[in-house]
Design a protein around this ligand. Sequence first.
Ligand SMILES: [Zn+2]
Length: 325
Amino acid sequence: MKPWLLDHQQLLSQQFSGNTLPHAILFNGVTGAGKLELALWLINLLNCQNASQVDNKQGPVLQSCGQCKSCLLLKSNTYPDLLNVIAEKNSLGVDDIRHANSFLQKTAHLGKFKSVLIEHAQTMTLAAANALLKTLEEPSNNSVIILLTNDIEMLLPTIVSRCRVLNIRPNVGQTLLENMPEVNYSLQSAAFSDTSMAFVNLTQLPELTDQTINEAFTHFKGCYVNYLQGQHVESLLLQQLLNNEHALRWLEQITVNLLREKFANINDENPLLSSEFLNKVYKVIINGCKVIKSYTQANKQFVCQQLIMDISAVIEQAQINEQES
Ligand SMILES: [Zn+2]
């Protein structure tokens, strides 16, 4: 179990023992944060016939036995009182949720609980979300709905407000790296400064574990920094934003790290990249990311172009200010 999940396990253990477990729980966290791991631990605990207490460093946590009938059925994915709802294409449709709703209406076969696990809950269509809303408003007895998402902003606020939200925040920096044996340390040096390593998080694991992605990141970073310094490489950046699934995240991350380096007073050779300037660029990127995420593929080119134009406007203004001073 990832060390940052322990606090959540403790809380959920207490709620389970005290019969105060919420009917609907939403685990929110980036990919790799351990949402599914935590959800499966909880589902096992709910259904195990011989759960016992295990003392961890920070305190007691309940644990399923792994051997009773329920545990064995769960292990073989044949437990009749659990329904795992997974998006078939890229979205969860209303039929999937209706099926889950009627599943929850029936009484449990084996254990006390009926549970529904909804992965990638942010992919629910509007109709699906509305169908779920009814069930969340009038939960049946001993039903537990667990939703997982890596993007809570894409969920209807009415769904979120009817769930107990557990935000899973993985460690960052060195503590994270110590818990991630798959990190390839030789990939750090070229693309990451000491400052950016101090803030490294799970979203950056692709470039810390994969040589090809790391090289693409290094190339993108060089290109982007040149752009901020006045080189006209807009079309190259745009191609990256459109074709590389990581590019948008990189844009945000590199800007944040440049800002952090400013505050740490290192890497200060270019006066054009002032913290004020970087802050403006960062705001433009954050707004752009929000818009891009909410658009369909057909509009992506347009909104990415818009983002580049907005950043270019900030750069041009900085250059004008520079000449005047
Ligand atoms: Zn068991």
